[in-house]
Design a protein around this ligand. Structure first.
Ligand SMILES: [Zn+2]
Ligand SMILES: [Zn+2]
Length: 303
């Protein structure tokens, strides 16, 4: 369960190199992504482990109940506030309309109109109305406050999710050598109950792993199932690829019109970091949208 800072930073460097080869991702955006990801890896290494809250019982969990619902997550408040400050300073330094919006946020904090904890608590309970009020004030960068809040709370949330998953594996014996891998049947994240962000295929037989859009926990999911509406009819589930984007698939559901992108790097020497795989495959979102599909979870990189 320990977090290997050097290893993660190395993987991040490698991943950023392949992102830089994508001409349609603007340099300024990549710079922000690179700095944000590095700040988050540093924060993740420094997060103080919280005492583990009470989890759903094994029976309730087997029926699909998340181990720890999203709004029951706690976070390292001091570390999160420091991360918020670093992300905000980076955005101000970016200049342009984003920098201007970040300056408005800084002033609001100084005047006591915006508290980091309120923003982070709103992120935990997914309070759309709370963030919408800020979007109205920051028309040049409507998602900036959400980005700052989610971006700064994620290292804590990720650390707690890893603790929760490890505790569940311990109590069910899933962490024992030779244990049958758990294939989660309920679509949403087994840890926090949020919808998945992206997927990837792993191992010889191409096991499908989904990464949670909130706590970033990665879990094995059913191959033939829509993770959003749980459709299992094979005639309603399809996937397509796009020329120029090898290594990525778009899995679509004809029942709910949702889609999720799935990385398949098994034939390539490529690094998968799910939240960045999502950015790397931006072109496929456009294709999916043109075909009338929508993604239920937003990219982590909207400002
Ligand atoms: Zn989750
Ligand atoms: Zn569906």
């Amino acid at each position: 369960m320990s977090f290997d800072f050097d290893h993660e930073m190395q993987r991040l460097e490698g991943k950023l190199k392949s992102l830089r080869s994508k001409e349609y991702i603007p340099d300024a955006l990549l710079e922000i992504v690179a700095r944000t990801a590095a700040i988050q890896v540093e924060a993740r290494a420094a997060v103080q482990a919280a005492p583990l809250p009470e989890l759903a019982t094994p029976d309730a969990h087997a029926q699909g109940a998340p181990l720890l619902p999203r709004d029951a997550f706690t976070y390292d408040r001091a570390r999160t506030a420091a991360t918020f400050g670093r992300l905000l300073a980076m955005m101000r330094a970016a200049g342009g309309s984003l920098g201007g919006a970040a300056e408005v946020v800084r002033e609001a904090m100084e005047k006591g109109e915006l508290a980091v904890e309120d923003a982070c608590d709103a992120a935990l309970r997914d309070d759309v109305a709370w963030f919408d009020a800020w979007a109205l004030r920051l028309t040049d960068a409507p998602s900036l406050v959400r980005f700052l809040a989610m971006g700064s709370v994620v290292p804590s949330v990720e650390a707690l999710a890893a603790q929760v998953a490890a505790e569940d594996a311990r109590r069910t014996g899933a962490d024992q050598p030779g244990a049958t891998p758990v294939v989660w049947q309920h679509g949403h994240c087994p840890v926090c109950g949020s919808a998945p962000l992206v997927g990837r295929l792993v191992g010889k037989e191409g096991a499908l792993h989904h990464t949670c859009s909130f706590c970033r926990h990665e879990y094995r999911a059913k191959r033939l199932q829509c993770p959003f509406c749980l459709e299992e009819e094979s005639k309603n589930l399809e996937y397509f690829t796009a020329d120029g984007e090898p290594g990525f698939q778009v899995h679509v559901c004809k029942s709910c019109k949702g889609y999720i992108k799935v990385a398949d790097f098994r034939e390539f020497d490529r690094i998968s970091i799910p939240v960045l795989d999502d950015l790397e495959s931006l072109a496929l979102d456009i294709v999916a949208r043109q075909q009338g599909y929508k993604r239920p979870t937003a990219s982590a990189w909207g400002f």
